[in-house]
Design a protein around this ligand. Sequence first.
Ligand code: CMP
Length: 138
Amino acid sequence: MERTLSIIKPDGVKKNIIGEVIKRFQDEKINIVAIKMIKLSKEEAKGFYAVHMERPFFDSLTNFMTSGPIVVMVLEGNDVIARNRKLMGATNFKEADEGTIRKDFATDIEKNVVHGSDAPETAAFEISYFFNALEIAG
Ligand code: CMP
């Protein structure tokens, strides 16, 4: 059993597709064991994306991530990190497979609707960034 962090980014919340994204998880039998809506401060966004600090898009990305509410979730299931990334599609929506969340809803390489952890180590960091143990069911 594995856990991963999923975020519906500000563009996804504004597009009113919270339910659509959750439905895709549930159709895939991926369990949601924690969920909340929050609005990040700039400092919080910078801390979350610290690994990208040197990238040219860091300032723009952290501004975007603070531009409105986000939905953060902990997903649980067998191989859920890879399964969630398959549902999301490639970072760049232009390269995403048909039927993926980003192919269907993203408009921009930055405004790409969802985030998902890419490995067990990043999942552990990202889950603990938003949730303490008491907030995670299951
Ligand atoms: P995410 O999966 O959340 O991980 C880092 C984020 O940075 C990515 O989704 C995009 O939102 C953003 N990103 C990645 N590459 C670029 C890029 N070349 N230009 C702008 N934003 C990017």
